[in-house]
Design a protein around this ligand. Structure first.
Ligand SMILES: Nc1nc2c(ncn2[C@@H]2O[C@H](COP(=O)(O)OP(=O)(O)OP(=O)(O)O)[C@@H](O)[C@H]2O)c(=O)[nH]1
Length: 508
């Protein structure tokens, strides 16, 4: 069997990805080249398309390129993110006349953060007037190099000018792909995980799930789990590009025929080793801001979170560690709540965490990358919709996480209680009222420091009387001026209010 190498075609709508996939391929799968009737009607790619070609590595080993044609339309970015996770190399398709467009940039960001190898294809060179073609291409190449230079890809990314429609330079691009081939890291010993992109029933045989093996291996007669349906099925047969096979391993694109289930219940999803994936209700991650996102990211707002082929809404809570910059999230540690932040203003070294509470539980394989985006922005807008990304630092499978798990996350807001002086006992002691509500447990505050608005510092010595008062003592006697103006002076107590655990009245 040749080594399978997954190549994604990503780019702005109408840049020619499907036409290029066709030009590069000799084999098509059940889901290739916009065969979906709605795609035919609307003239755009609505779903991932798969096709392939057999080739050779520069050393002469057999190679199977599987092309994953991703949609380009802005509204389909969640499908693009899903497609990008299964590829080893990304072909970024750029329209020769239009250059870098909004979704070109978004695809570049997705490729960058998923750490994919990159080749840029400048397509439709046939539309450039023949006498200006070279000069126009040169200009575009240098603009693209400049953009790439500010990314982790660097400015030396290989670029090919082609016409997918007329077949110009397609052979050069194929050769470039073989040169760019690298042996992808394949973890075949890990538990089985397959991203399923299409499911359909075959009468009398079972249900076929097509997809890519992200890790592990699978054999005919294995029992696999459909975690979203909480069901297990037996593998009856499998195919790779229409050839029957008895086993497949990480990186392979296969059609898996399992004992029948209702295909409409799982159009897209995962198949895994039984027991490997459990629904996750909330995660924390170190937030890696995407610098092109121009809006602020706000706590208590909702964003779309994409992981694998899933995109769900999540409520966001931002917090940071003020004492050190440890990138590990530590239980029992105090973290300060962050109201909002602007990605462009967050330096690389800053450590900010995000708690994401999913609206519906998600199946997230270990070590996955999550991408947060604001997909309800106008699709015609030219702004980047990808806000931040990150890997999971903490997660909970607990369905009772609001009561059981969240209170253990010690995220606080700073709060200042303000009281006034009721009377002066002597120059070293005053009685303060209005600092606490009647029902507050004042004993908790004994021994804490308070500041007067004059700058003098005292200690809560003891509670006073039956109501809300406390006695405050001062090591150094209060100044005469303070005592003369005592009615106007404020007593300030800085404390922390824990946002998930209202009971824990702890202090700075
Ligand atoms: N002149 C010219 N037209 C091309 C070329 N490649 C694609 N086209 C045309 O551009 C239009 C869009 O092509 P597609 O291949 O559907 O583009 P796409 O990027 O796959 O589109 P989406 O997947 O919907 O984003 C079609 O009319 C193609 O015929 C090319 O090399 N030259």
């Amino acid at each position: 069997m040749p080594t399978n190498f997954n190549v994604g075609l990503l780019g702005h709508v109408d840049s020619g990805k499907t036409t290029l996939a066709k030009a590069l391929s000799s084999i098509s799968s059940t889901a290739a080249f916009d065969k979906n009737p709605q795609s035919v009607e609307r003239g755009i790619t609505l779903d991932l398309g798969f096709s392939g070609v057999l080739a050779q590595t520069p050393q002469g080993y057999p190679l199977q390129f599987t092309f994953v044609d991703c949609p380009g339309h802005a509204s389909l970015i969640r499908t693009i993110i899903g497609g990008a996770q299964i590829i080893d190399l990304m072909l970024l398709v750029v329209d020769a006349q239009k250059g870098i467009q909004t979704q070109t940039a978004e695809c570049l960001i997705i490729g960058e953060l998923l750490q994919k190898k990159l080749i840029v294809v400048i397509n439709k060179i046939d539309v450039l007037p023949a006498d200006q073609r070279e000069s126009k291409l040169e200009k575009l190449r240098s603009r693209l190099s400049k953009t790439l230079g500010s990314t982790s890809f660097g400015s030396q990314v290989p670029m090919y000018g082609v016409s997918a429609l007329e077949g110009t330079n397609i052979e050069e691009l194929r050769a470039g792909l073989s040169d760019a081939f690298f042996q992808p890291e394949r973890n075949t010993n890990a538990p089985l995980l397959m991203y399923v992109d299409h499911c359909f029933g075959i009468k009398g045989q079972g249900t076929v799930c097509t997809g890519t093996l992200l890790q592990g291996r699978v054999q005919v007669n294995d029992t696999v789990e459909l975690p979203a349906l909480r069901e297990q099925r037996k593998v009856k047969s499998m195919q790779m590009f229409r050839q029957n096979v008895t086993s497949a391993s990480m990186g392979d694109r296969i059609g898996l025929c399992v004992t029948q289930f209702n295909a409409t219940l799982m159009e897209r999803g995962v198949i895994a080793e039984p027991g490997y994936l459990k629904p996750i209700y909330a995660v924390c991650l170190r937030l890696r801001p995407i610098r092109y996102y121009k809006q602020s990211i706000k706590s208590n707002s909702k964003l779309h979170i994409s992981v694998g082929h899933d995109t769900v809404m999540a409520n966001v809570t931002l917090f940071r560690d003020n004492d050190n910059r440890s990138t590990d999230l530590q239980p029992e540690k105090d973290y300060e709540f962050v109201e909002e932040l602007l990605p462009v203003e967050v330096p690389e070294s800053d450590v900010v965490f995000a708690l994401l509470q999913f609206e519906t539980p998600v199946l997230i394989p270990p070590n996955s990358i999550l991408i947060a985006s604001k997909l309800d922005m106008d699709v015609h807008s030219t702004s980047c919709r990808l806000a931040f990304w990150g890997r999971i630092a903490w997660q909970t499978h607990c369905s009772n996480y609001i009561q059981d798990v969240l209170p253990k996350l010690r995220i606080f807001k700073r709060k200042q209680k303000v009281g006034s002086i009721q009377r002066v006992v002597n120059a070293n002691e005053v009685i303060v009222h209005n600092l606490f509500k009647k029902e507050a447990n004042r004993d908790l505050y004994v021994g804490k420091w308070v500041d007067l608005s004059t700058g003098e510092r005292g200690l809560i010595e003891r509670t006073f009387g039956q109501t809300s008062k406390v006695a405050i003592t001062f090591r150094e006697a209060l100044s005469t001026e303070t005592i003369l103006n005592i009615k106007d002076i404020k007593v300030l107590l800085n404390c922390k209010k824990y946002i998930f655990n209202k009971q824990a009245g702890l202090f700075q």
